[in-house]
Ligand binder design. Structure first.
Ligand SMILES: *Cc1c(COP(=O)(O)O)cnc(C)c1O
Length: 396
């Protein structure tokens, strides 16, 4: 039975059997409430039992979807929120609303590929802001980039800035408030990419001054794919969430308040209800972010005791996502090992740790979000144990 994806002998049990360090998966692990919601709302358009006039997803009151949307907006301290099928669909809706062919948007050398694609689809191009020696975006780099674009394009300055508070390559925390301030000074709307922040740490849109906040449900909100959020201030809401004006030329039909860039209704059924089920838990867990950072810093301290091993990027490191550089430790072992780079993956696997990229020993990313102190200690001990097994020295 090739399509029996729940074959008991081959069922996915990564989270049950392993400590999973996969950089993109840690904060998307579901709550048990979300798992229940997946089952009870699994049928097709299950959310639409009581979709009454004016017929739009965010107007449904049973289940309380409208209330959830308002709850999300209040929590992010923004005016209007829509649930989107992933952060990328948030970028897309904003890019298609704000950019015209030939326009320039500003991202960075750390921008996620989906930012490029969203800008490309709108016919615009993306200019990259560079980073400093620690891979951090400095506010003056953004100012210089905007100046440079103005010089080349005359008065035609960039139409949108999209930057991540925390980037996916190093887990660096960029000076987002200052970056937003620079963008404001030039009058360029700012999209705050919170794929690695919304759902794990407190995010206050008004305090940040962001025009748009985008988050990822499956990356950081204990929700299944495809889910995400797009939040905006009331100033922008009517542009981004503009409603249809079309009329069928033969039928004369029109479509009420359906939102054009969202194609009417976005995430429905089980993924939305699972995201809702996790929301109360997510609201609580962001308050414990400092503890998560302390666990990450403890791990780094232990990991760097292994001769030739270090983390890349900012110090002190301020996020649970991190990039480890083991060129001068595990990679040296890999050179001589019969399994080459795969040895590390197998050594970890044998100790029930998974999620690092198979074959990688020069540098690789891990994420410790949500692991208990005992699990974090265990992961650090395992790395040290493997190091000792292959005759690397540990410093005290
Ligand atoms: C993961 C990620 C995205 C894409 O998120 P989706 O919800 O899968 O669309 C975008 N930007 C950054 C920085 C990311 O890490």
């Amino acid at each position: 039975m090739p399509w029996d994806v729940c074959d008991v002998n081959d069922i996915r049990r990564v989270e049950e059997d392993y400590i999973n360090l996969n950089p993109i998966q840690r904060a998307g692990v579901l709550t048990s409430a979300a798992r229940k919601a997946l089952i009870s709302y699994g049928d097709g358009y299950s959310t639409c039992d009581l979709c009454l006039k004016p017929f739009r997803l965010d107007k449904i009151t049973k289940p309380p979807i409208g209330e959830f949307y308002q709850g999300l907006a209040d929590w992010l301290n923004m005016d209007v929120v829509r649930v989107m099928p992933g952060a990328r669909r948030g970028f897309q809706a904003v890019a298609l609303s704000l950019l015209k062919p030939g326009d320039i948007a500003v991202g960075s050398v750390l921008s996620h590929y989906t930012v490029f694609l969203a800008v490309e689809e709108a016919g615009a191009s993306l200019a990259e802001v560079n980073v400093d020696e620690n891979y951090v975006i400095k506010p003056e780099f953004l100012a210089n980039k905007i100046e440079e674009i103005r010089r080349v394009k005359g008065r035609d300055q960039p139409k949108l800035v999209i930057l991540s508070h925390v980037d996916y390559l190093f887990g660096n925390v960029h000076p987002i408030e200052e970056l937003i301030k620079v963008s404001k000074e030039y009058g360029v709307p700012f999209l705050y990419n919170g794929a690695y922040t919304v759902g794990v740490m407190p995010v206050d849109g008004k305090k940040l001054g962001a025009d748009f906040i985008v988050g990822s449900g499956h990356k950081s909100m204990a929700a299944p794919a495809p889910t995400g959020v797009l939040a905006t201030s009331s100033e922008w809401a009517s542009k981004i969430f503009s409603t249809t004006n079309m009329k069928g030329d033969v039928s004369g039909r029109s479509f009420g308040i359906k939102e054009t860039h969202l194609l009417g209704c976005t995430v429905m059924g089980a993924p939305l209800l699972a995201m809702m089920a996790s929301f109360p838990y997510v609201k609580e867990r962001v308050k414990r972010w400092d503890e998560e950072v302390r666990k990450a810093q403890f791990f780094i301290k232990e990991f760097e005791k292994i001769e030739g091993s270090r983390i890349l990027g900012q110090r002190p490191h301020l996020h649970t996502l991190m990039k480890l550089d083991t060129t001068a430790s595990f990679d040296k072992i890999a050179q001589a090992h019969k399994k080459k780079g795969y040895f590390l993956y197998h050594e970890l696997d044998a100790r029930k740790i998974t999620g690092i990229f198979p074959g990688a020993t020069r540098n690789f990313k891990i994420n410790l979000y949500g692991l208990t102190w005992d699990q974090v200690r265990y992961v650090a001990d395992v790395f040290k144990e493997i190091a000792v097994k292959y005759n690397l020295t540990l410093s005290e």
